[in-house]
Design a protein around this ligand. Structure first.
Ligand code: PLP
Length: 438
């Protein structure tokens, strides 16, 4: 048993600080599929940390590579100087991306990746002789991190309202694709809703294509509660953006690196965007790192089209940091060697079945899934939205399974090394808990 530290100084992110500090949940160790809590319980990780520990916890291959690297070169400046491992890591990332997307800009998080991608889109149009293309289009219920760019194109109102006077100007939003009436209990991609992408044509008609730089969406909207794209929806977004010379950004911070059994959702859906944002599974969460993967033509327009000097006035002190580069390289090697994505694919049928077996359980309004991600939407308590899911989350934790919740939606997104027994266990615990709460 480890002593509880003084909890008063750490201002916890996206956390009800007062409630948490009154009744903390503390994890002190992790290996494979399990955490150990400070009260020495084994907790099955049903959400891969925060959708990021794709190869499971404590992978020696990654740890070793990081230790060796930090002993060899702790840091070298990344502006006007380079170090080999950053270039090697970029090459490794490019190998996982769809054809043509092979230029990699490193960041430190998903939020930074999103803001970087938005800036690259603006820089591209300027370099391409269309500087009036400055409008950015996001989507209702979208989550793109917490930078000012990300919350501006994002569509989750609590994340926006406090900062609403300071959001980026010239942003518009597509409608979200969630519709229980048409799509409840869809297995995989829902049949209804492709036409919602056509709203982009109306937005373009309103503002004119010559003012629009980019559309950004998550292929699967994760943080808002797992919204799977309707069949044909992403295809239409690609068609419309291409027709009007608008860049399409897929925010793959969650879907990147195996969540759907493929390296990217772009690969899974067979749709190639212009820019892909990455983080989380990029290093198996062993170290903070993110990236933007760009079409070669975008890089060429900005970099090769420039007369000289710095082509893009953007970058971070830690872009391509040796430690994160070593983690990225080792993680991507591990994904290949240990057949991590193949296991995700092999388990997705069992996962779908186990998730949908909760149909008819108390409070359940919808179950939706794709690959190794599922959402179970609960009926909110009258006058207390989110309270029921919060209680389900707490009881699951007490019974040894860590899940996530957003409003009244429970999200399940385990490490991709999960086996059948562990899948059954997660949904059995969740099912039992649903029967225990009011
Ligand atoms: N984009 C998406 C789709 C995400 O899901 C997240 C985090 O959950 C982010 C961006 C932000 O990533 P970070 O928390 O690393 O800044």
């Amino acid at each position: 048993m480890r002593q509880t530290p003084d909890l008063s100084h750490f201002w916890m992110p996206f956390t009800a600080n007062k409630n948490f500090k009154a009744a903390p949940r503390l994890l002190k160790a992790a290996k494979g599929m399990y955490y150990t809590s400070t009260d020495d319980r084994q907790i099955l990780d049903g959400c891969a940390g925060l959708w990021c520990v794709n190869a499971g916890h404590g992978r020696e291959e990654i740890t070793r590579a990081m230790i060796e690297q930090i002993h060899m070169l702790d840091y070298a400046p990344g502006f006007q100087m380079g170090h080999p491992i950053a270039f090697e890591a970029a090459q490794a990332v490019a190998e996982f991306m769809p054809n043509g997307i092979n230029k990699i800009f490193f960041t430190n998080s998903g939020s930074e990746s999103v803001d970087t991608a938005l800036k690259i889109a603006l820089a591209y149009h300027r370099a391409n002789g269309e500087p009036t293309r400055s409008r950015l289009i996001g989507r209702e219920r979208g989550y793109h991190g917490v930078g000012f760019g990300g919350i501006s194109v994002g569509g989750i109102s609590p994340n926006r309202k406090t900062f609403s006077n300071s959001l980026l100007p010239q942003v518009d939003h597509l409608p979200h694709t969630h519709n229980l009436e048409h799509n409840a209990y869809s297995k995989g991609q829902p049949a209804w809703g492709a036409h919602l992408a056509d709203e982009l044509e109306n937005i373009i008609a309103l503002h004119d294509a010559s003012t629009i730089a980019a559309v950004i969406v998550e292929p699967i909207a994760g943080s808002t509660g797992v919204l799977i794209p309707p069949k044909g929806y992403l295809e239409r977004l690609r068609e419309i953006t291409r027709k009007h010379g608008i860049l399409l950004i897929f925010d793959e911070v969650i879907t990147g690196f195996g969540r759907l059994g493929t390296a990217t959702a772009s690969e899974y859906f067979g749709i190639t965007p212009d820019l892909i944002t990455l983080a989380k599974g990029l290093s198996n969460a062993a170290v903070p790192v993110g990236a933007v993967a760009a079409q070669e033509s975008i890089y060429n327009t900005i970099v090769n089209g420039s007369a000289g000097g710095i082509e893009l006035f953007h970058g971070y002190t830690y872009s391509g940091h040796p430690l994160s580069a070593a983690a990225v390289k080792a993680t991507l090697e591990l994904y290949k060697k240990a057949h991590i994505f193949e296991n995700a694919k092999a388990m997705s049928g069992v996962f779908e079945q186990a998730a949908h077996a909760l149909k008819g359980f108390p409070h359940v309004l919808d179950i939706r899934n794709l690959g190794l991600v599922a959402g179970v939407e609960l009926k909110p308590r009258t006058g207390a939205p989110g309270a029921r899911a919060a209680e389900v989350f707490q009881k699951c934790y007490e019974q040894g399974v860590l899940l996530r919740y957003t409003s009244d939606i429970i999200a399940i997104s385990p490490p991709l090394i999960i086996n059948e027994e562990q899948i059954e266990h997660i949904f059995n615990v969740l099912g039992n808990v649903l029967k225990q709460v009011d």
